[in-house]
Structure formats: C-alpha cells, structure tokens
Design a protein around this ligand. Structure first.
Ligand code: GDP
Ligand code: PGA
Ligand code: MN
Length: 604
C-alpha cells in the first residue's frame, strides 16, 4: 500500500508542517491499515475502550463505573532496563550507568523492526502536553502508536488530543515519540488480546528529543510521555536549561497550625511514592494533599525557591498492597471509576482483586494469567507489578494547585530506598552538598517494577538510575550546581528515609504507610527549627523522643532499632559506595569524593 492510499492519513487537524511530514514518514514505514488523529474526547474513549473489549484485551468491570480489567502477555509486565538505550552521539554522554548505542546504528536496526510493523492495525497520532496546558512554554509531544491500550492509557495519564494540539501552532517544538507493539497482522489473521514482540527496544535520542519504543505494551515502556519523555529526555533538557526532572512525588502538608509545606520525594519504582503521595496521616490535625505520585519537574521561581510541577495527569500505581488500610485515598480514587487495571485478578461478579485489596479474597477468581483460582490455590492472583491507571483529578485529596503552571515551592526533598539493614528510618543532611551525597549514594533492593532479579541491593542515585538521560557524573554535578546557583536559605532541606528496615526475622520494624506522617512532621519541625536531633556520622537522626509517638503501638525497642545508626553496618557500606563511585569514573564531582572521605573519617 502506498502512503497516499492509507485511509485517514490526509485528514490532518493541524498545519504544523514538520509534524505532518513525520506522521507521513512513519505511516510509509510502518504501513498501517489506517491513520487516526486522537482528539481526546469522551467519544474517542468510548470507541477505543469498546474496541479493546471486542478484541478481548479489556473486560468491562460491572462493579466500578467506566473501568476495565486487562491482562498482558505474561512476558510483558515491567520495564526492560537491559533493553533501554540512551543513543547520544558520543558514548561518554550516556555514561557508565546507561546502555548506549550509536544513534545511526540504532535507527538502522529499529527502522527494520518498524518496517511494516503496523500492518493490519490502526496507527494513532496522539498529541499531548506534559504539565499544565497553561504553561508559559508548554512541554509538547506526539506519540504515534499502534496500540489501543496506549491510547486509552494516554487519555488518563496525559493532557492529550485537541486541547494539546491547539498549542502546536505551525512550528512549536515537540518530542517525537514512536511506539509499535511489533505485531503486524496479515490479512485475515486473528489478533491476540495483548500483541507484543519478544524483541524489545526502548531507545532515547536525547539530542533529537526523540523516543523510539518497540515490542512492548507495558506502561513504562509504551506510555512514552512518562518515564521516556518526562525523565530521560526531560533530564537532558533540564540540564541544558538549568532545571531538574526527577522521579519524585509531590505532596502538600498542612500542620494543625495551618502552616503549609510542600514536599518532594524520590524513591525507586515500587518503593512507596504513590502511597506517600496519598497518605492519610495517623497523627491528628495533620493533612496531606496530593500533587503528583511519580515525576516532578523542579525549576527556580523568581523568589529563588525551587518550584515543582507534576507533568502527569494520572496515577500509574502498583496495585498489590493497595487497600483500605494502607491507602484509602487510592481506593476512593479507584472506586470513582474511569480506570484501567492491568495484571490484577478478576472476580466472577466483574470486579478487580489483588493481594492486599481486602483481607479475605473471594472464593474464586480469574488470575492475571487468565487461570481459574480458588482459596486452595497457592499462586499469586496478581502480578507483583500489576497496575492501576486512574485520573489524578478524581483523587479526593488532590490539591487544587496541582495544575498550577508555576508549580509549588518545595520545603523538603526526601530520598529513600528499600533497605533491610543499615539505613535508619530518617536522616537529615547537613547541607545541600551532603544531601546530594545522600541522594547520589542511595541504595535499594530491586523490585518487580523492572524485569530481572528481585531483592538485590543496588545503587540507585536519586532513584533515577534507569532514568538519567545522560552521564551520571554530569547529573551529580548538575545537582551540586543547582545548590550553588541558589540562596542556601531558600533551598529545600534534604532528608534520607527508609520505611523498609527489618529485624533479624525479616519483619518490618516500622509500620509505614499512614504512620510515615510522623516522619514528615519531624522533618517539618527540623525546617522550622523546633525538633531535636542527634548529630551522627551519617547526618542528623531523631532521638526516640523527637518523633511524635502518640497513639503508635509499635514497641519502643523497634523504634530504637529502626532509628539506630549501626557503625559496623556503615563501615561495611563504605566499600560499596567506593565501588559505586569508581563506576562513575572521572566525572564524579570532587565534592562528592570529599563527602565520602569526610564520612569515612567520621566513622573511623
Ligand atoms: P511507587 O512505585 O514508588 O509509587 O511505590 P508504591 O507506593 O506503589 O508502593 C510499592 C509497594 O510498597 C506497595 O506494595 C506498597 O504497599 C508498599 N509500600 C508503600 N509504602 C510502604 C511503607 O511505608 N511501608 C511498607 N512496608 N510498604 C510500603
Ligand atoms: P513506578 O514506575 O514504579 O515508579 O510507578 C512505573 C513504571 O514502571 O513505569
Ligand atoms: Mn507509583
């Protein structure tokens, strides 16, 4: 089929010539059966979700309005870090923490994968905007995809369609995002519920502001506005323009005295961002409101403070462990409807279920693998990385200013990971540079959010290991420079938290979830200069008495254990940090080297 005959290709709702040329070029390469420009309307949502139901990809839920159950191919359930590439011209610009390939070589390889890859399918053109549409410089993108699942998910996760396209004019800059599941259909060939290819590539071309994704339908690999654009590409743009694109939630904390503080927190995937963002505080009088659960763009305001904007429009949250006890606000959001559930279990009466959804599972379920399940089964009903996708605006505690293009001024930055030992519940950094050191040496056990072994401790700097679009050493330098450009008194204070410390039997020492509000409170009181702390070799740590423990039934021994700075554990940590810094090589900023030497000295 020649491009001129592809239905829909000439029905172009824009006069943006380079966008039109790119769409035509992709259609000629991928040869879809038709081209559809997405307008983001409710009618489009109904058409797309209807198509997905007919295809057997979606099952319409009867117990939650306008919501759908979906099971992926069992091989396509998480981000694929070993198939993720930063294709900068020079390998040195991608650095030691990224897979690199020459952009020309990558384009040659992927072009052959894309050739004819949309045959028999519809090619959707999704104009979108990351962050508020009212921004002075809206952050635009276009995703071309052959996946209806992606179109439906982008309806929730981004501001997309006509309202985004209206901002393109004739020549606005935008990030080109190309996605194909890599499963062309021959004439008459029956489709499968979750088309994908065993071969996968998630390629970022930072210099061209471009993303090419092939072979996967999973969120982090296929919803290209999310990790690919808003972290990998945006981190490169931010470095050039003097701002930060970070893997952070944003929350608003109001004290009983009605003082407001905004907090941003970076934890690796599946380490508690979404849960903290929607926290229902266990301590009376304190209130949390949500602005974002995964990504923050941090820019200096005219007053010299750092302001955060959430580029996303929805939550793509880990389902298991989400329940009325752990995260009631997520549950309220999901009960409102308008959501997509992927790789959780389906009940006989048309509802979803997952481990932790309720205390007692229904007698019978259909698992995420589409298998029959009863109470006698010992298999998990849901994949550990199963997800819900739901609009941020319908969360009952979303802060009204979440859509403010100016963002919100950040008082504190939290870094955190999942560590069974060593890392205390909370540590306050001495200053910005020490805080950057804490972030740069952040470590966490791997989780099911990415393919590969689970539970292995690795360094995950600022929770950005899989998302820094350039050299990690340059990234650390950018963080240090960010602190230098600012008035130190206006910078957020940096804290390091660990909700996941365990005792010798493997039991969590800290109850977590709503009780984490006690740590937020201590941090705010540190900022305001009212809470006590002990000066330890690793930073300021609360005394047992400094944390508000009213109403907490955790034994005091556990609290002592979770706050303990165990010098022997820290001495065994040092070689691991040294090894990590050696990996970074010559580009490791001298101040971080100095911080390590100072830590060693304090531990000696
Ligand atoms: P995200 O991927 O960083 O947004 O992480 P989530 O908030 O979705 O949480 C990932 C997993 O960690 C879920 O299974 C949660 O139930 C669990 N989790 C989140 N917060 C806590 C906590 O404070 N303590 C414990 N023990 N588990 C938590
Ligand atoms: P998250 O990432 O676990 O940080 O929410 C989602 C993803 O895998 O893209
Ligand atoms: Mn999350």
């Amino acid at each position: 089929m020649t491009a001129a005959t592809i239905p829909g290709l000439d029905q172009t709702p824009t006069t943006h010539q380079s966008l039109l040329a790119w769409v035509r070029q992709v259609a000629e390469l991928t040869t879809p059966a038709e081209v559809v420009w997405c307008d983001g309307s409710d009618e489009e949502w109904r058409t797309i979700t209807g198509k997905l139901v007919t295809a057997g990809t979606f099952v319409r839920l009867r117990q939650k309005p306008n919501s759908f159950w979906c099971a992926s191919d069992p091989s396509d359930v998480a981000r694929v870090e070993d198939r993720t590439f930063i294709c900068s011209t020079y390998e040195a610009d991608a650095g030691p923490t990224n897979n690199w390939m020459d952009p020309i070589d990558m384009k040659v390889i992927m072009t052959e994968h894309y050739r004819g890859s949309m045959a028999g399918r519809t090619m959707y053109v999704i104009p979108f905007c990351m962050g508020p549409l009212t921004a002075e410089k809206p952050m635009l993108g276009v995703e071309i995809t052959d996946s209806e699942y992606v179109v439906a998910s982008m309806h929730i996760m981004t501001r997309m369609g006509s309202k985004a396209l209206a901002l393109f004019g004739d020549d606005a800059e935008f990030v080109r995002c190309l996605h194909s599941v890599g499963a062309p259909l021959k004439p008459g060939q029956k489709d499968v519920p979750w088309p994908c290819d065993q071969t996968k590539y998630i390629s970022q071309f930072p210099e061209e502001r471009m993303v090419w994704s092939y072979g996967s339908g999973y969120g982090g690999n296929a919803l290209l506005g999310k990790k690919c654009y808003s972290l990998r590409i945006a981190s490169v743009i931010g470095r050039e323009e003097g701002w930060l694109a970070e893997h952070m939630l944003i929350l608003k904390l109001t004290s009983p005295e009605q003082k407001v503080h905004y907090i941003a927190a970076a934890f690796p995937s599946a380490c508690g961002k979404t849960n903290l963002a929607m926290l229902e505080p266990a301590i009376p009088g304190w209130k949390v409101e949500t602005l974002g659960d995964d990504i923050a763009w941090l820019r200096f305001g005219e007053d010299g403070r750092l302001y955060a904007v959430n580029p996303e429009n929805g939550f793509f949250g880990v389902a298991p462990g989400t329940g009325w006890k752990t995260n009631p606000n997520a549950m309220r959001t999901l009960y409102t409807g308008n959501s997509i559930f992927t790789n959780v279990a389906l009940t006989d009466d048309g509802d979803v279920w997952w481990e932790g959804y309720s205390e007692v599972p229904p007698d019978r379920l259909t698992t995420w693998k589409r298998e029959h399940w009863t109470l006698a089964s010992d298999e998990l009903t849901s994949h550990p990385n199963s997800r819900y996708c739901t609009p941020i605006a319908q969360c009952p505690i979303t802060a009204p200013e979440w859509d403010d293009p100016n963002g919100v001024p950040i008082s504190a930055i939290f870094f955190g990971g999942r560590r069974a030992t060593t890392i205390p519940l909370v540590t306050e950094s001495r200053d910005w540079q020490h805080g950057v050191f804490l972030g740069a040496t952040l470590s966490s056990e791997t989780t099911a959010a990415a393919t590969g072994q689970v539970g292995v401790v690795r360094r995950d700097p600022m929770a950005m290991l899989p998302f820094i679009g350039y050299h990690a050493g340059d990234y650390f330098q950018h963080w240090i420079d960010t602190g230098k450009h600012a008035d130190a008194t206006k910078l957020p204070k940096i804290f390091y938290v660990n909700w996941f410390r365990r005792d010798a039997d493997g039991r969590f020492l800290w109850p977590g979830f709503s009780e984490n509000a006690r740590v937020l409170k201590w941090a705010i009181e540190r900022i305001e200069g009212t809470a006590p702390a002990v000066d330890t070799p690793i930073g300021w740590v609360p005394t047992t008495g400094a944390l508000d423990m009213k109403g907490l039934d955790t034994p005091v021994e556990d609290i002592e254990a979770v706050l303990e700075v165990d010098l022997d554990e820290w001495r065994t940590e040092i070689p691991l940090i040294e090894e990590w810094f050696t990996t970074i090589g010559d580009k490791l900023p001298t101040p971080l080297h100095d911080e390590l030497e100072a830590l060693k000295h304090r531990l000696a």
